[in-house]
Design a protein around this ligand. Structure first.
Ligand code: G3H
Ligand code: 13P
Ligand code: ZN
Length: 311
């Protein structure tokens, strides 16, 4: 068992009409929660690391924890760079042993996005690493960058074939109405995804794996629990799980989840700290946070991704 690329995972997911969860990792408890849930459900998963996670936990720790998860569970996982902003961070992760990187050129012009993505693909493929590119711009918060809803833009299906052919990417993230963070839709707004764009992309790129970022559902029970225990989160609305389930049966092979992990961990920690105010052993509350993340990931595997039994 090892850290592997996403090639086989995506081939099986596409043919089997399910998706693989890409879960953001930031510390030991989160990695344990995700990978233990996968081991029990016999599910594949992608462990993804943002620039912020590298800064918080340091690359050496995250790498060692990813290897530990493989050893502990006996499963293969992909280790993926989330939202690589430039060639340098992609190269550093490839040199460090990541099996997959995302180069996020979505803020650049079409031509500049192609040139940057192509450069990363050349280096990655020469080192046996796969690459995710992005076309279209999601709203929301990633790292320290906040993209306003009015500055976001849907993917233009008529551009995807040229982008994939000229860059050589192995998967493509598209913008169909999902967004990053816990506040995806305003209160009263009806969540909607542009399935027409997804269908058109699928038609133009048959068999090609598509990625959905910003795909947390912002599980209402977790938000309620946080607010019932002293939290002050404003009304948060995410992507309905039924829509994600539908996307998973289509060309979407990778579904990115970070905000729901944050909510689950926070709900668990808050519960201990409010119910047991005398608690001061970090293991006491982190253990419960970890259990909540594991429960949430298990729910996603069975009810959203359909990846149970596919490892
Ligand atoms: O897309 C962004 C991910 O949720 C990572 O967030 O940059 O705060 O680690 P982060
Ligand atoms: P969420 O904020 O919806 O969890 O999205 C995470 C993501 O897309 C990471 O790249
Ligand atoms: Zn993302």
């Amino acid at each position: 068992m090892a850290l592997v690329t996403t090639t086989e995972m995506f081939r099986k997911a596409y043919e089997g009409h399910y998706a693989v969860g890409a879960f953001n990792i930031n510390n030991m408890e989160i990695i344990q929660a995700i990978t233990e849930a996968c081991a029990e459900a016999k599910s594949p998963a992608i462990l993804q690391v943002s620039a912020g996670a590298r800064k918080y936990a340091k690359p050496a720790y995250l790498m060692a924890l990813a290897h530990a998860a493989v050893e502990d569970t006996g499963l293969d996982f992909a280790l993926h760079l989330d939202h690589g902003a430039d060639y340098e961070i992609c190269k550093a992760c490839i040199d460090n042993g990541f099996t997959s990187v995302m180069i996020d050129g979505s803020k650049h012009s079409f031509e500049d996005n192609i040139a940057l993505t192509r450069k990363v693909v050349e280096y990655a493929h020469a080192h046996g690493v796969v690459v995710e590119g992005e076309l279209g711009k999601l709203a929301g918060i990633e790292d320290d960058v906040k993209v306003k809803a009015e500055d976001s833009s849907y993917t233009r299906p008529e551009e995807v074939e040229e982008f994939v052919t000229r860059t050589g990417v192995d998967s493509l993230a598209i913008a169909i109405g999902t967004s990053h963070g816990a506040y995806k839709f305003k209160p009263g707004q009806k969540p909607q995804l542009r399935f027409d764009i997804l269908k058109e992309v699928e038609k133009r790129l048959p068999g090609f794996p598509i990625v959905l970022h910003g795909a947390s559902s912002v599980i209402p029970e977790l938000v309620d629990e946080i607010n019932a225990r002293g939290g002050k989160m404003p009304d948060a609305i995410g992507i309905p799980e039924s829509m994600l389930r539908e996307a998973a049966t289509m060309a979407v092979c990778k579904i990115n989840i970070d905000s729901d992990i944050r909510l689950a961990m926070t709900a668990g920690v808050r519960r201990v700290l409010t119910e047991t105010p005398a608690a001061f052993d970090p293991r006491e509350y982190l253990k419960v946070g970890r259990e909540e993340v594991k429960k949430m990931v298990t729910h996603k595997i069975y009810e959203v991704l359909g990846s149970n039994g596919k490892a």
